[in-house]
Design a protein around this ligand. Sequence first.
Ligand SMILES: NC(=O)c1ccc[n+]([C@@H]2O[C@H](COP(=O)([O-])OP(=O)(O)OC[C@H]3O[C@@H](n4cnc5c(N)ncnc54)[C@H](OP(=O)(O)O)[C@@H]3O)[C@@H](O)[C@H]2O)c1
Length: 230
Amino acid sequence: MSIKILIIGNSDGIGAALTRTLIARGDQIVGISRSPSPLSPNGPKHVVQDIAAPDYPDVLRRIIVDEGPFDTCVFCAAIGSGLKLHDLSQEAHVIEVNLTAMVHTLASLLPGWVEQGRGHFIGLSSLADDFYNTDAPSYTASKAGFSNYLLSMALKLRSQGIHVTNIRFGFVDTKLPKASWKPLMMTTEQAATHVIRCLNTKPMQLSVPKLAGLALHSIRWVQSLRVWLS
Ligand SMILES: NC(=O)c1ccc[n+]([C@@H]2O[C@H](COP(=O)([O-])OP(=O)(O)OC[C@H]3O[C@@H](n4cnc5c(N)ncnc54)[C@H](OP(=O)(O)O)[C@@H]3O)[C@@H](O)[C@H]2O)c1
């Protein structure tokens, strides 16, 4: 059955691969990003918008009225910024795009979903949410907040028929990850397949690949020990 899906951050990477797959199976997509959709002009409806701009909540509410109601929203947008101690100007911006804009997005969709007693919000987080990253603390802090917020909302909303899914990916082959070593890296198509599985099964959380999650968790354990010993 065809569903109507809002995808935030689908001009590139995992969001773009997901959009292609969902269109092929007949779903109706509305996308948002700062660049035009690579699938335009004959592709799905696309709104060019910076989700960190002050007018984003108003623009989004208008999209929901004009194009909704949406069955599902997949929040894929994110940026990363390596830590530069001589220039910290991007640190807060990373948190605005990755975390604050996600909170605005869910807040705009929820009133309609609560009224209907159904809805599904999927957010793309990271296995790095469980890790202290001295090279990119704003990215990992945004993902820690992202996962914590979505899981809290997942527990709160399930009894009202609204599903929230937090997907924690390891490395995916896009322009985003900057590490020189990217073990167990997935393709964007593989990542999109995991998102679609969550569309169907609606779990509260999915972490893939599991082995990478275990490895990062062990590093976090050593980091926590260092903090505790200090
Ligand atoms: N790739 C990985 O290794 C990896 C690992 C774990 C988790 N993830 C997560 O998976 C999600 C997708 O990542 P990706 O690798 O596909 O990244 P990507 O290829 O860089 O794509 C990011 C998307 O977000 C959009 N975006 C960024 N800033 C925006 C803004 N201010 N306003 C509107 N749209 C904005 C971009 O479009 P415009 O630039 O056109 O705005 C683009 O469509 C992210 O949440 C990321 O944290 C990725």
